[in-house]
Design a protein around this ligand. Structure first.
Ligand code: BTN
Length: 337
């Protein structure tokens, strides 16, 4: 019933009287009112005006995340089907691995309002407060050599970058990709701060890929950050100055991801995506410090190879080094990027 009320209000785009709703849905006006109340509790902004009726505020910056809001916005063939939505979970990456074991298809998406054991890279915890951000993971079963699979992480970063670039934003807001797969944002020329993290986990079976789980955490409408993260982390809301509709952004991300991943799977490399990725690469042309366990050095980042390595020309040298997305991390010399 709530879904029906929502679709009538969405379709109308203006006021619909309680009388009309009750006639169209074949229930009493009291039942309509009770359902409107529940919808408001779920986060929908529904105005009620005497003699006019009900009107849904469906603006882009109204944020309600639930299964129906997601499914109704998805326009993909395989990415994000089915959607397994939960209010709270341990880690959506762990959920995907269980779903994979239970035979769920490639493209299955686990998405949660809150994680109690959110995992970051290098064994870190991913802070996952309730109701403001996106925590989601997708199941992939690429028919690729296992050593090529980590490139899928760069595909994910590119898709998110493209979805963010497509949003309307104030002139001073710049999004970028920090190699290999963080998305960062700068406001009015200020320092780049991280707003998206990606954790990819691969499982093998007899030397072949069993599955790949790409988990994405996006700080969307979070307004405050723990003291230790304030200098390097931010959210889309803090950068853009308004609330972002999480369901719409999610749908946009999977639209871009499906296109870019199909390209990657077809070429078995990033060759068709390299140029688009480099356009977003904030490290490009900047001095980076390469934290190589064999010896740290600084150099200038030039771009990426078609297999996703960062091309760095070390200071005092003309010969580029290809930095792999594994043990080595890269830090900006002037801050996070
Ligand atoms: C990073 O350290 O930058 C990666 C963070 C990845 C967090 C996401 S949130 C959804 C998915 N589930 C997890 O437990 N982690 C990833």
């Amino acid at each position: 019933m709530r879904d029906q009320i929502l679709s009538v209000l969405k379709e109308a785009g203006t006021y619909v009287s309680g009388q009309e709703l009750s006639e169209r849905l074949g229930v009493s006006r009291t039942a309509i009112w009770k359902n409107i109340k529940q919808l408001r509790e779920a986060g929908y902004e529904i105005e009620a005006v005497t003699n006019k009726g009900y009107r849904l505020n469906d603006a882009r910056d109204v944020d309600v995340l639930n299964e129906q809001e997601l499914v109704s916005r998805f326009r993909t063939k395989w990415a994000g089907h089915p959607v397994i939505y939960t209010r709270q979970t341990g880690s959506t990456n762990d959920d995907i691995m269980k779903l994979s074991d239970n035979g769920f298809p490639e493209g299955t998406l686990a998405i949660a309002q809150e994680q109690t054991r959110g995992k970051g890279r290098r064994g870190r915890i991913w802070d996952s407060p309730q109701g403001v951000n996106i925590y989601m993971s997708i199941l992939l079963r690429p028919k690729l050599r296992p050593d090529l699979a980590p490139q899928a992480t760069l595909v994910m970063a590119l898709a998110i970058y493209e979805a963010l670039q497509a949003m309307e934003k104030p002139a001073g807001v710049r999004f970028g990709i920090k190699w290999p797969n963080d998305i960062v944002v700068s406001v009015d020329g200020g320092a780049y701060k991280k707003c998206v993290g990606i954790l990819t986990e691969m499982r093998m079976e007899e030397m072949e890929i069993r599955d790949v789980t790409i988990g994405t955490g996006i700080n969307i409408n979070q307004e405050t950050f723990p003291e230790e993260l304030k200098g390097t982390a931010t959210s889309l809301k803090l950068a853009l100055g308004h609330t972002v509709n999480r369901a719409q952004l999610t749908a946009d991300i999977w639209k871009y991801f499906e296109r870019e991943y199909d390209n990657f799977a077809q070429h078995e490399s990033l060759e068709g995506l390299q140029a688009a990725y480099e356009e977003g690469l904030v490290n490009r042309g900047r001095v980076v410090r390469v934290l190589d366990p064999k010896g740290e050095y600084t150099g200038t980042a030039q771009g990426i190879t078609k297999t996703g390595e960062l091309i760095v020309v070390p200071d005092g040298s003309d010969t580029p080094v290809y930095v792999g997305n594994g043990e080595i991390s890269v830090r900006g010399v002037m801050g996070y990027v």
